[in-house]
Design a protein around this ligand. Structure first.
Ligand code: UGA
Length: 319
């Protein structure tokens, strides 16, 4: 039976994708090196849920340190979902940058070299809205000139360019998906919604960066998973699609929704805006709609309520 390879399988999106594929009866090979960017026990919990499926095979490996096992995994799989990477906008300055280059650029290049001579293999790359930076106008289409505003965005864009040029030079059957701020159950503990909800539940103070009027096109995780599955089915010769949830909101509007869900006033403090944070994201997903048949299903109020309920029922380490 054909298998699906997911890199970064223990992470937020990788593990959610893996669980969806496994539940639909498919076999998954997952690679993850369990980096300690956030508490490893959260990733181990994600993995434990996947290991209940006999059709799940886990390789506790760093892509950059793999050799024959990586070729073996790639040979065994018809679709590769490359979710692994060093995430987070605000930590990519200074000494942190090395990890971003290694895990986003070098690891992607190594994987691409492995697949370059396998035209039957489909490759889906987890790109990012951070490639746009502070765009001149919104919503951005995929043809807008990318101008990252953080070192993180530079590495995601560099890797995306690699994916596209392997398609153009070697016929790699690839799709890059530009995710817009993904949220939902199991979201990383450094991200806004996890931090805000955790603070609300424990009566702690929420920290807002800047005036809270920055806008994000928040996208629920099951919508991102659905787009990955569709992209893995259709493939594409270096195609790039925005995946924007269609629920753009300011951070202040997010807090209003959360306060209603929580049912009590939130404690909020405001600190300086963080370097690398863009003022606004917003994507035009017409291409994903027309070519992948993708339409986001979860509106933000519903999505926040779901993540809140999940965090109440599932205590995770915040780090
Ligand atoms: C997120 C992910 O972390 C990136 O990995 C991803 O590539 C990116 O989305 C993307 O869209 O491509 P970000 O938009 O910064 O980056 O997501 P959050 O951490 O959820 O932050 C959302 C907003 O909340 C930001 O404006 C941030 O400044 C603000 N925020 C975050 C706070 O005000 N307080 C916090 O404690 C955390």
């Amino acid at each position: 039976m054909t298998k699906h390879l997911i890199t970064g399988v223990a992470g937020f999106i990788g593990s959610t994708l893996a669980e969806t594929l496994l539940r639909s009866g498919l076999s998954v090979v997952g690679v993850d090196s369990l980096t300690d960017y956030y508490p490893v026990e959260n990733k181990q919990m994600n993995l434990a849920a996947l290991q209940e499926f006999s059709r799940f095979e886990y390789l506790n490996e760093d892509i950059l340190a793999m050799s024959t096992e990586l070729h073996q995994a790639v040979n065994d799989c018809s679709v590769i979902y490359h979710q692994a990477g060093q995430p987070g906008v605000r930590g990519s300055w200074s000494d942190g940058f090395d990890d971003y280059v290694e895990r986003n650029v070098l690891a992607t290049q190594k994987l691409l070299e492995c697949i370059e001579d396998k035209p039957g293999t489909k490759f889906v790359y987890a790109s990012s809205s951070s490639v746009y930076g502070n765009a001149d106008s919104w919503p951005c289409t995929e043809t807008a000139v990318p101008k990252p505003f953080s070192p993180y965005g530079v590495t995601k864009l560099a890797a995306e360019h690699l994916v596209t040029l392997y398609a153009e030079n070697f016929g790699l059957n690839s799709v890059s998906l530009r995710y817009f701020t993904v949220y939902g159950p199991k979201q990383r503990p450094d991200m806004a919604f996890t931090r805000f909800i955790n603070a609300a539940i424990h009566g702690d103070t929420i920290t807002v960066y800047g005036d809270g009027e920055q806008i994000r096109d928040f996208t629920y995780v099951s919508d991102i998973v659905e787009a990955n599955i569709r992209a893995g089915q259709t493939g594409g010769n270096g195609a790039i699609y925005n995946l924007s949830g269609g629920s753009h909101a300011t951070v202040n509007e997010v807090l209003e929704i959360l306060e209603r869900v929580h049912g009590e006033p939130l404690k909020v403090e405001r600190v300086a805006q963080q370097a690398g944070d863009v003022r606004r994201t917003g994507g035009d997903s017409t291409n994903a709609r027309e070519r992948l048949g993708w339409e986001p299903q979860v509106a933000i109020a519903d999505g926040i309520a779901r993540q809140y309920a999940w965090q109440k029922a599932n205590q995770r380490t915040m780090g």
